[in-house]
Design a protein around this ligand. Structure first.
Ligand code: ADP
Length: 556
């Protein structure tokens, strides 16, 4: 802007200076032309008096003159000329100044030379005897004058332009300076040129509009961020060139990547073939879903194309961690297979024994034995079904149990009572040690836990062995340890005994009745009661199962 103003001022100055000089030159030229004519008239008047008195001799006596003097007879014959040979001069009756003098008494004409370099001003005066006295002088023509004056004029123009340059530079700076210092953030506060007021008002209005739009965009962005950041699912937005536009923190966590990946190609998050195929398909406009293996997790990828005006602009990738769900499904499948298998064994026995009885090929004394076997297998079946029902109940999180205050030692005593006959048969001694402690718990579940543990303690014991329940009050927790002096569990089995249907020693499991579900129920029930269970065992010496249960129930 400064440059433009500077150039404009300079151009105006140059034009004004040139036109001004030309104008002055014209006026001066015209003034000097008139001046010469007046001088010539005066000179002619002065000479005419001499000629009237003395004739041509007056003119011949005159000394060298600047102006040319011509004396012409009334018929146009040249009688005298101080600058030319009279005999060689032609008749002057056709000259305009001669004609004017003859007609009006005096007259002047101007004639320009062929070279245009100069012009001649003639002034003719008629004398009383009708002769004409003509005085003439030369003046430079305009072109000659311009040629003559060009150098000084150029210098003059040059100085004018230098001065104009300095002036224009300062002026343009002083005009632009306030514009440069405009506070566009607060345009209304600027008080410079009045002409800028409408523009500043408009900027102020636009600023307000932009601020409003920014606020709205920020609010929308914040809402979007709040929603996506509170999502458990990973969300990744990509453009049609696979560049990551946005992603929430769950997505970065799932891919174990940093936010610095923003703006990079989405394949840098997962280079697997499956992921690549999914992205390629979604960017061709096809919705697709698949399970990805990512850092040991099962991730369900749902890819939706973003279509605008029938063109795929990008895609939204939604990732859900389904590892637990998959594991649960696998467990359920395994469990169903195991249950079917475990149910089939006693049922096959029952069916076999009843078939033999049906055909009547059993001695009457053996009938009781067969009936007893059928009863035993049926009992096993009932136990198995009860255990499965119990596990299913614990699996169903919605089933609510009643939490109540329970005196732990009393519960232990009742469990010992329930198992006293079995313990007597197995010659196992049972006892309780420790303080009286109260805790808030689900009584039937805790009873089931203690029953299963004591039952195992008796089942997997030796003759004259013992099963002891130790109660300990530990500030916020109650520790219940069920210890036996039985056969113990091998270190490799210790990690697996809590699995469903797992029975440690296959040879024993055939001899000792059991479903392999007891400890699974214990683990599940303890977790439900917000406690922990640990196992300590030594083969041949015995087993200790330690429960830690909170005294108060925490709402989850
Ligand atoms: P089961 O119905 O077979 O007793 P559990 O789930 O209660 O099923 O126990 C799983 C396996 O762990 C048992 O088969 C047994 O081999 C072993 N086990 C459990 N408790 C004891 C214990 N107190 N002493 C030795 N082995 C045990």
């Amino acid at each position: 802007m400064t440059k433009k103003i500077f150039k404009s001022i300079m151009l105006v100055c140059a034009v004004v200076a040139t036109v001004g000089l030309a104008f002055v030159l014209g006026i001066l030229y015209r003034y000097f032309g008139n001046q010469i004519t007046t001088e010539l008239a005066k000179e002619a008047a002065y000479l005419s008096q001499g000629v009237e008195e003395q004739g041509v001799s007056f003119l011949e006596k005159l000394k060298e003159q600047d102006s040319r003097i011509t004396y012409i007879d009334s018929d146009g014959t040249v009688l005298f000329d101080n600058k030319a040979d009279v005999s060689s001069m032609d008749n002057h009756s056709d000259r305009a100044e001669f004609k004017k003098a003859q007609e009006y008494g005096a007259g002047s004409t101007v004639r320009t030379s062929h070279t245009l370099a100069e012009k001649t001003i003639y002034y003719a005066l008629r004398l009383p005897d009708r002769t004409v006295l003509r005085v003439s002088n030369t003046q430079y023509s305009v072109i000659a004058l311009v040629g003559e004056m060009i150098l000084p004029f150029c210098w003059l123009l040059f100085f004018i332009l230098i001065l104009s340059g300095i002036f224009a530079s300062r002026l343009s700076k002083s005009i632009v300076e306030p514009v440069n210092q405009l506070d566009l953030e607060h345009p209304e506060d600027n008080q410079i040129y009045e002409e800028l007021s409408p523009l500043l008002g408009r900027i102020h209005k636009q600023n307000l509009e932009i601020q409003n739009q920014l606020d709205m965009a920020k609010q929308q962005q914040d809402e979007f961020t709040i929603i996506t950041e509170n999502m458990q699912e990973g969300l990744v937005l990509i453009d049609r060139y696979t560049m990551i536009l946005s992603a929430n923190s769950s997505a970065w966590k799932l891919f174990q990547a940093e936010e610095t990946r923003l703006g990079q190609c989405v394949y840098c998050l997962d280079r697997s073939e499956d992921f690549r195929k999914s992205v390629e398909r979604v960017l061709s406009g096809v919705h697709n879903e698949r399970i990805l293996k990512l850092n040991g997790n099962d991730i369900q990828l749902i890819a939706n194309p973003v279509i605008r005006k029938e063109k795929v602009e990008g895609a939204v990738l939604l990732m859900v961690n389904v590892t637990e769900k998959m594991e649960r499904e696998n467990l359920r499948r395994e469990f169903s297979a195991n249950v079917s298998h475990e149910l089939k064994t006693p049922l096959t026995s029952i069916s076999g024994f009843s078939e033999i009885l049906q055909h009547g090929c059993v001695n009457p004394e053996d009938t009781v034995k067969f009936a007893g076997m059928i009863y035993k297998e049926a009992q096993r079946l009932i136990q198995l079904i009860e255990d499965v029902i119990q596990l299913s109940r614990l699996d169903e999180e919605e089933v609510s149990h009643k939490w109540e205050e329970v005196e732990a030692s009393e519960l232990c005593k009742s469990v010992i009572d329930m198992l006293s006959e079995k313990a007597r048969d197995m010659k196992v001694h049972m006892y309780i040690r420790g303080a009286e402690v109260k805790l808030c718990t689900v009584k039937p579940l805790l009873e089931e836990i203690l029953y299963n543990l004591c039952d195992n303690g008796i089942k997997y014991n030796k003759n004259n062995g013992s099963v002891g329940i130790y109660l300990e009050d530990m500030d916020n927790e109650v520790q219940i340890t069920v210890a036996d002096t039985g056969i113990g569990i091998s270190p490799e089995d210790q990690n697996r005994v809590f699995e469903r249907f797992y029975r440690a020693d296959k040879s024993h499991s055939k001899e000792i009745e059991g479903t392999g579900l007891g400890l699974s129920i214990v683990k599940h029930a303890v977790t439900y009661l917000q406690g922990t269970v640990t196992l300590r065992s030594e083969e041949g010496s015995g087993t200790e199962i330690i429960l830690k249960l909170p005294k108060k129930h925490k709402e989850i």
